[in-house]
Write a protein that binds this ligand. Structure first.
Ligand SMILES: [Zn+2]
Length: 225
């Protein structure tokens, strides 16, 4: 039954340009159970769409998401020397368990970094790795990757034209406050939420969520004193 949720999608590798088929999840069949305050989703059943977000080419082992851009000649040599030559055979095109999903995201983080992929995409990959570790109850690894995601998103906020992103400025500010809160950095949480609350026209659901989270972190901060 669960296998009916999956289908084969044909992909063209951004590196070697060969075609291959990899599994995808039928979005219409997916039921969300709950969502964490940093937008990590939980799904009914064992099939999870996160597990299938990364394509890993079975010909050359390049790992990438649908948001990766095509590779510039300048990064190809870097990628070849530092990853492709030593990657060996990787087969992640079939049904994936959580360990396969983690491996695919870590390969995509490495490939994306070597290929000079944009910081927003790299932040999204780090956040996914943190969430998969949360599913597994591995708090130390979760925090390590929340921290990396935070570093990326902070750089995005400071250096990138936010209007070019698939995420609003308000949501990005919320995430900067929320991820700091999860890592116990309450002074930074307050600073980011203050910037968010000073903005006009915050979407009501996001405003409510941010107020709730800030209340929670204020209490945690008071208890930590
Ligand atoms: Zn390839």
């Amino acid at each position: 039954m669960n296998d009916l949720l999956l289908y084969d999608k044909e992909i063209v590798c951004l590196n070697c340009e060969k075609k291959f088929k990899t599994k995808r999840v039928r979005a219409s069949k997916i039921v969300v159970k709950k969502k964490d305050s940093d937008f990590c989703m939980y799904y009914e059943g064992e099939i999870n769409p996160y597990y299938y977000e990364i394509n890993v080419c079975p010909h050359c082992s390049f790992a990438f998401s649908a948001s990766f851009k095509s590779l510039r000649p300048a990064v190809r040599e870097n990628l070849r020397k530092n990853y492709l030559e030593r990657a060996g055979q990787v087969d992640l095109c079939g049904k994936r368990e959580i360990a396969d999903a983690l491996r695919s995201f870590k390969l995509a983080l490495l490939c994306g970094t070597l290929a000079d992929e944009n910081t927003f995409n790299l932040g999204g990959i780090c956040l996914r790795i943190a969430w998969l570790n949360r599913y597994l109850g591995q708090k130390e690894e979760e925090d390590k990757y929340l921290d990396k995601a935070l570093e990326c998103y902070q750089e995005v906020y400071e250096k990138v034209d936010i209007t070019s992103l698939p995420l609003s400025e308000h949501k990005l500010l919320y995430l900067l406050g929320e991820l700091n809160g999860r890592l116990g950095r309450f002074t930074e949480t307050r600073a980011w939420f203050n910037i968010l609350f000073s903005k006009r026209g915050i979407e009501p659901a996001l405003n409510t969520l941010a107020r709730e989270q800030w209340d929670e972190y204020k209490t945690a901060m008071a208890n930590a004193l």
